[in-house]
Design a protein around this ligand. Structure first.
Ligand code: SF4
Length: 337
């Protein structure tokens, strides 16, 4: 069987989903409403903000051998003038489309396909109105997905709305990106990109979905060659001056020659993005959730073990390339300029 027949045509699917997920005139974006979804079953707190938001507790520690995850705790703490905590609370909003279908995604696929049963169009101001009436609201707002960069205007509209209301000192906006498209560059003007890139109340993360073409395509259902595009997109963000960080997921169906493959991955982060970019990149451990229960086949279950070998190889690779002083530096101080 030609395996490529089952792979996503990312360009076509992205364009289709963007069309269904944004109304540029009234500046509205299709936002997930969690009620009745599988994801809702995994939430530790009920949805808030009229059903359009959820509270997430980001924790720094991951179970060994996984390294600490300082994202977005460290950038948010710096921007909001907080102490570097072990955990931070975030107000999360999700846009309701994503162009990839990672088997490990903790969001049900119904919440990624512009399904109006689980979503409504909202402006940034409407979401901020809902946020501002919440008691004990966190200063960190996470624009997640889905894939927020299918509608890159969303982050800009949020930052602008926050400025208009005079609450910039109280809020830090963080957005997630799966590094699947260049819509930021296509749909925002140079001036708008520069505004976002230089905004001290905004940071972003891009997720590398694997350490090579095989793991990337296995994880995302996208064509293997798009693995390379992730480095190009991240390099563009770094060069534009964004305060940008990386996640990496290491599940793979193939655990052979893992040290060589990981050395190649770290080489590419250093040569195609910045020599220090591995120090801004955090491997994320994949865990099972309610929506992933039915997606776990033999290969997926096996890949959960391979990710542990991969992260051990990652940490060894970083220890070879950086001093201890560099490795323990605050992630926000890892220079990529
Ligand atoms: S890219 Fe992110 S939101 Fe999209 S399917 Fe993968 S994990 Fe889920």
């Amino acid at each position: 069987m030609d395996q490529t027949l089952n792979l996503i045509d990312t360009d076509k699917f992205s364009a289709h989903l963007r069309d269904r997920a944004i109304q540029p005139g009234p500046k509205r974006v299709l936002v997930t409403k969690f009620g009745g979804s599988q994801q809702e079953q995994d939430l530790t707190l009920p949805p808030n903000c009229g059903g359009f938001g959820r509270i997430h507790h980001f924790k720094r520690s991951q179970e060994p051998p996984w390294p600490d995850n300082p994202l977005p705790i460290a950038p948010a703490a710096r921007a909001l003038g907080l102490n570097q905590a072990e955990a931070i609370k975030a107000q999360v909003f999700q846009n309701a489309v994503c162009s990839w279908r990672c088997w490990y995604c903790f969001v049900d696929f119904d919440l990624l396909s512009a399904n109006l049963r689980f979503s409504e169009f909202k402006t940034a101001d409407e979401l901020l109105d809902l946020y501002l009436v919440e008691t004990n609201r966190p200063g960190l707002i996470d624009l997640s997905g889905g894939q927020p960069d299918l509608v890159p205007e969303w982050s800009l509209w949020f930052v602008e709305a926050i400025e208009r209301r005079g609450i910039s000192d109280l809020v830090y906006v963080w957005s997630d990106d799966n590094l699947s498209n260049d819509y930021l560059w296509r749909f925002l003007s140079a001036k708008e990109i520069s505004k976002l890139a230089t905004c001290s109340r905004y940071g972003r993360v891009g997720c590398f979905k694997g350490f090579d073409e095989i793991s990337f395509s296995f994880n995302t259902k996208a064509k293997p060659e798009l693995f390379s595009q992730q480095f190009k997109l991240m390099s563009r963000l770094v060069n534009a001056g964004f305060d940008v960080y990386g996640y990496a997921t290491f599940t793979s169906p193939d655990g052979g020659m893992i040290h060589t493959k990981m050395a190649d991955f770290v080489d590419r982060l250093q040569t195609e993005i910045h020599p220090n970019f591995p120090l801004r990149t955090v491997p994320l451990r994949i865990l099972p959730f309610t929506p992933t229960r039915d997606r776990l086949g033999t290969l997926e279950s096996r890949s959960l073990g391979i990710q542990t070998d991969a992260v051990i190889a990652w940490s060894e690779e970083l220890r070879k390339r950086f001093s201890n002083k560099e490795l323990v530096r605050n992630v926000t101080d890892q220079n990529i300029r």
